[in-house]
Design a protein around this ligand. Structure first.
Ligand code: ADP
Length: 248
């Protein structure tokens, strides 16, 4: 493992809560431009791992580097977000009373544009970017709809679009297909594969069909460290993985 060759680098990361090790020497890397799926049973440490990357939780020991040289353990959440690490939580948090377009415009233009009176000032380039994102998230036909009127799946896509609008270097996506219909789940795999063509992405997910559709390398977490890594076929054939996770 070498920090300089990777976009995201975790080495020997441990986090304890009241003596219980939620992460226990977790080491793992994500290359620039890679999409990686993280799976593992409940309590494996997936959320804690995301919290460590985004600065919400500080590791007791271990290294976390971004872009080769930036030590994330020295930075707070705001500073880490401003490096271009965007996180999508499981529950979508879109602005329900605004249109799809305005949600994306807000995300693109940032906090300076929180007042409705300033909407519409986005320049031609920004508007082109919003059009592009609408295509990616399959919502061009709903651009003028209020977010409140979207399906659960469409809200998830809109939130992914809002992250894209901030032009992230790394997207962290937490259980994107929880609660989605089968059709939405399939579409989400396609959508994320498109996004992964020009972004680095880490997806935490339980849905195995979806992970298979993503077609990316998988990291299996168990008891706060990496149990197995590789293609889904490779990790599915690992007896330890079957025992702790897939066989349940
Ligand atoms: P996962 O996301 O894989 O389900 P988590 O990272 O949420 O796993 O949790 C890992 C372990 O750490 C769990 O056993 C959980 O109960 C524990 N844990 C997580 N956060 C806290 C906390 N703030 N205080 C105490 N225990 C926690």
């Amino acid at each position: 493992l070498k920090a300089g060759d990777t976009l995201l680098y975790l080495d020997g990361v441990s986090v304890s809560f009241d003596g219980f090790k939620a992460l226990n020497g977790l080491s793992f890397t994500v290359a620039e431009g890679e999409m990686r799926a993280i799976i593992g049973p409940n309590g494996a440490g997936k959320t804690t791992m995301m919290d460590v990357i985004t600065g919400k939780t500080r590791p007791d020991v271990g290294e976390v580097y971004f872009g080769g040289t930036t030590d994330l353990t020295k930075l707070d959440e705001a500073a880490i977000a401003s490096l271009g690490i965007g996180r999508k939580f499981q529950k979508p948090t879109v602005f329900e009373s605004h249109t799809v377009w305005d949600n994306l415009d807000l995300a693109l233009s940032g906090p300076r544009r929180v007042f409705p009176i300033l909407f519409g000032r986005t320049d031609a380039e920004g508007r082109r970017r919003i059009e592009e994102i609408l295509e990616t998230i399959r919502l061009t036909h709903r651009r003028d709809a209020l977010a409140a009127g979207l399906s659960h799946g469409q809200k998830q896509w809109l939130e992914i679009g809002m992250l894209l609008a901030q032009d992230p270097r790394l997207l962290l996506v937490d259980e994107p297909v929880a609660g989605m219909t089968d059709a939405e789940t399939e579409e989400t795999a396609r959508l994320l594969r498109e996004i992964a063509c020009d972004h680095s992405v880490v997806v935490v997910e339980h849905d195995m069909t979806f992970v298979r559709d993503l077609g990316v390398h998988v990291t299996v977490l168990h008891e706060g460290s990496v149990l197995a890594e590789g293609s889904l076929d490779h990790v599915s054939a690992d007896e330890r993985v079957v025992e702790v996770y897939l066989g349940r």
